[in-house]
Design a protein around this ligand. Structure first.
Ligand code: MG
Length: 122
C-alpha cells in the first residue's frame, strides 16, 4: 500500500502514538507524531500532512480546539479523530468542525487495517 501520503499522529498517550506509527510505517507511509495540540500545530506549519489522526481527549489544547485551528488554516487536510469512547456529542462537534471521520480506541490491527487503509487509498 505504498503511496506518498504524509500522516501526522497526535495523541498524548505514548503507546497509542507508537502503535499507530509502527502500523503506518510498516505500510510505507510517511509518519510524524505529536504528543499535544500545540506541537501538532507547529508540525503542521513546518510540514503540512495530508492526513491528521487526532486524539480528542488531551491535556492542554484538546482535539476539538486543535481540529478547529487546523481547519481554519488548512481546510484540505483530512482530519480523523481518535476517541476512547463513543462520545456522540464530541464526535458530532468534530464533524461540524470538519472532521472526516473517527476511530475508536483501543485499536486492533484488523480494525485499523479496515478503517485507515480505505482513507489512504484515495
Ligand atoms: Mg488522550
Amino acid at each position: 500500500m505504498a503511496n506518498e501520503k504524509k500522516i501526522l499522529v497526535v495523541d498524548d498517550e505514548d503507546d497509542v502514538r507508537l502503535f499507530l506509527q509502527d502500523f503506518l510505517n510498516e505500510r510505507n507511509l510517511a509518519v510524524e507524531a505529536a504528543g499535544n495540540g500545540e506541537e501538532a500545530l507547529k508540525k503542521i506549519e513546518a510540514n503540512p500532512p495530508d492526513i491528521v489522526l487526532l486524539d480528542i481527549m488531551m491535556p492542554g489544547m484538546d482535539g476539538l480546539t486543535c481540529l478547529e485551528q487546523i481547519k481554519k488554516k488548512h481546510p484540505k487536510i483530512m482530519v480523523v479523530m481518535i476517541t476512547a469512547l463513543k462520545d456522540e456529542t464530541r464526535i458530532n462537534r468534530a464533524k461540524e468542525l470538519g472532521a472526516h471521520n473517527y476511530i475508536v480506541k483501543p485499536f486492533s490491527l484488523s480494525y485499523l487495517e479496515t478503517e485507515l487503509m480505505k482513507l489512504f487509498q484515495g
